[in-house]
Design a protein around this ligand. Structure first.
Ligand SMILES: *[C@@H]1O[C@H](CO)[C@@H](O)[C@H](O)[C@H]1NC(C)=O
Ligand SMILES: *[C@@H]1O[C@H](CO)[C@@H](O)[C@H](O)[C@H]1NC(C)=O
Ligand SMILES: *[C@@H]1O[C@H](CO)[C@@H](O)[C@H](O)[C@H]1NC(C)=O
Ligand SMILES: *[C@@H]1O[C@H](CO)[C@@H](O)[C@H](O)[C@H]1NC(C)=O
Ligand SMILES: *[C@@H]1O[C@H](CO)[C@@H](O)[C@H](O)[C@H]1NC(C)=O
Ligand SMILES: *[C@@H]1O[C@H](CO)[C@@H](O)[C@H](O)[C@H]1NC(C)=O
Ligand SMILES: *[C@@H]1O[C@H](CO)[C@@H](O)[C@H](O)[C@H]1NC(C)=O
Ligand SMILES: *[C@@H]1O[C@H](CO)[C@@H](O)[C@H](O)[C@H]1NC(C)=O
Ligand SMILES: *[C@@H]1O[C@H](CO)[C@@H](O)[C@H](O)[C@H]1NC(C)=O
Ligand SMILES: *[C@@H]1O[C@H](CO)[C@@H](O)[C@H](O)[C@H]1NC(C)=O
Ligand SMILES: *[C@@H]1O[C@H](CO)[C@@H](O)[C@H](O)[C@H]1NC(C)=O
Ligand SMILES: *[C@@H]1O[C@H](CO)[C@@H](O)[C@H](O)[C@H]1NC(C)=O
Length: 403
């Protein structure tokens, strides 16, 4: 017997409303087909057939049949967001190629990265060529050019860990700004590239022997989070590159648990003889978690005013006067504040929270790569207005590995 759970749910919902089917009335294509957004829209499932812009096409949406889509930035916000994405595509192209030449086949093999997997990494580098072309075309002649980069890993495991986190913050910051872009056409194309990047991130987790996607929802982030995380790895950029407007927050570091900083016990742990404990695999249940809910987490943070980024021409800053009061854990759909005990001028501790996305104990919010910033207040924010937290950040973000 074939049983479709989803179909039965839908049928049940339709029956409950007494609506079994609805016949669309043919109408003529009117070009854009939208009606203005209605903030009092009654989400009953009824639709108004006399407003339909085309056959089988409900009224509304933002120019779903735009006869002349504009795949270009339509505002400073668009230009700066697309530029930020391009900066990330460039470093990824550099990073994948660099790692493939930096480490020998033997070093890759020892980490469980065989020739097939190396080719996958090589293909990821090639995908970046397409992403770079795409965004450069949308930005036009004033698109930023590639920069020079520095990396602080010295093993295949370190490369995979950096690449996994870097693709995660790129993906997350892009999810954060996509719905706010003025150019919906540019958004469409960027969406189609960032979802490819999400696959890279997942594969990099698998190559690390991590559980591939230990979350129910991917996190969205403000642009300044990504720029703060990226800038330390950029040495210099060509002089014709325009300045990015995004903020560089002061650096934030986890001092303990040592699972984050102690490489032998980090997200890619090795036995004392050098053998990797969790080689590349489609999915791995790890017996040694990287960190656990309820454990004490100790932070150190930097004072603002540090030169950072390309040609050290950016400066870290905060809008807050005084010490932080909270750690904000940004993960999946949620921002969770935990009280911070300040233990020195630039150090403090808190507990890793134990919270669930929904009322279901199987999904911890803090799992995989989440993002921590220190703030002065516990500002209520949700995914669509998360950027409001920027004004309250003392330091961070850092990428926190859990699970
Ligand atoms: C579509 O356009 C044609 C030609 O203008 C017109 O005759 C017809 O009534 C229109 N149909 C509808 C459903 O509006
Ligand atoms: C929404 O629908 C309900 C149920 O049909 C109705 O009682 C209510 O008045 C509607 N509200 C608006 C704003 O149309
Ligand atoms: C459907 O839209 C038409 C045209 O705007 C309007 O006159 C009519 O009242 C609407 N019907 C309903 C049920 O909202
Ligand atoms: C950054 O430094 C590089 C290398 O020293 C130099 O070529 C470039 O012109 C500098 N860029 C800016 C914007 O000063
Ligand atoms: C890292 O962890 C291992 C095993 O727990 C321990 O032996 C080593 O001393 C730690 N290294 C540092 C620098 O903390
Ligand atoms: C990692 O940390 C756990 C708990 O502290 C410890 O039992 C284990 O031996 C460590 N593993 C390595 C490889 O250092
Ligand atoms: C390294 O140590 C682990 C755990 O004791 C063992 O399973 C593995 O076979 C060892 N590898 C080599 C190359 O000796
Ligand atoms: C993996 O972990 C889950 C959750 O702890 C557990 O239910 C499952 O049995 C584990 N599977 C294996 C193969 O260890
Ligand atoms: C904090 O900074 C002040 C002023 O620089 C200094 O006097 C004090 O010793 C510092 N406290 C700690 C705990 O480092
Ligand atoms: C912070 O201080 C409070 C009060 O002294 C204490 O109960 C709590 O355990 C401390 N938290 C951490 C993470 O040390
Ligand atoms: C996480 O976010 C979802 C969606 O906004 C919300 O329903 C849920 O209550 C949040 N969970 C916690 C622990 O705040
Ligand atoms: C963000 O949106 C939520 C509702 O989703 C609202 O409660 C909160 O006050 C908003 N935050 C700010 C800073 O505007």
């Amino acid at each position: 017997m074939v049983f479709s759970f989803t179909a039965s749910l839908l049928a049940g919902a339709a029956l409950a409303k007494g609506v079994l089917s609805a016949q669309a009335v043919p109408t003529n294509f009117t070009g854009v087909g939208g009606v203005p957004a209605n903030f009092a829209y009654n989400a009953t499932g009824d639709f108004n057939s006399s407003l339909m812009p085309a056959n089988f096409t409900p009224a509304g949406g933002i120019v779903p049949m735009d006869p002349d889509p504009t795949y270009h930035p339509l505002s400073d916000f668009d230009y700066q967001s697309l530029s930020l994405a391009l900066y990330h595509e460039y470093i990824e192209y550099d990073l994948f190629n660099y790692a493939l030449t930096r480490f020998s086949d033997e070093e890759f093999d020892a980490a469980g990265i065989n020739a097939e997997y190396r080719h996958l990494i090589r293909f990821m580098a090639q995908q970046e060529i397409g992403h770079i072309d795409l965004i450069t075309n949308m930005l036009g002649p004033d698109a930023p050019k590639a920069c020079q980069y520095k990396y602080d890993f010295d093993s295949v495991g370190g490369f995979l860990d950096f690449a996994q986190k870097q693709t995660q913050w790129t993906e997350s910051s892009t999810y954060g700004f996509l719905p706010h872009l003025n150019s919906r056409a540019a958004e469409q194309l960027l969406l189609q590239s960032i979802t490819t990047e999400a696959r890279q991130e997942m594969s990099l987790r698998q190559l690390q022997g991590l559980f591939p996607y230990p979350v129910w929802f991917e996190t969205g982030l403000p642009q300044s989070f990504a720029w703060t995380l990226l800038a330390p790895y950029i040495v210099s950029c060509p002089p014709e590159n325009h300045r990015l407007v995004w903020q560089n927050f002061p650096g934030l570091h986890v001092v303990s648990p040592s699972t984050i900083t102690n490489y032998s016990n980090a997200s890619y742990p090795q036995y004392p003889n050098g053998t990797y404990m969790y080689p590349a695999a489609v999915s791995t249940n790890r017996t040694l978690p990287m960190s656990l809910p309820g454990q004490i987490v100790e932070f150190q943070w930097e004072a603002p005013g540090q030169p950072i980024g390309p040609n050290a021409s950016y400066t870290t800053s905060t809008s807050v006067n005084g010490a932080p009061q909270f750690a904000a854990w940004i993960s999946q759909l949620n921002v969770t504040y935990t009280p911070l005990n300040v233990t020195g001028n630039n150090s403090g501790s808190t507990y890793q929270p134990s919270v669930h996305v929904y009322n279901d104990s199987t999904q911890q919010v803090i799992n995989g790569s989440s993002f921590v910033v220190l703030t002065d207040i516990a500002l209520p924010v949700t995914p669509f207005n998360l950027t409001a937290i920027n004004e309250h950040i003392v330091a961070g973000p850092l990428v926190y590995s859990s699970g």
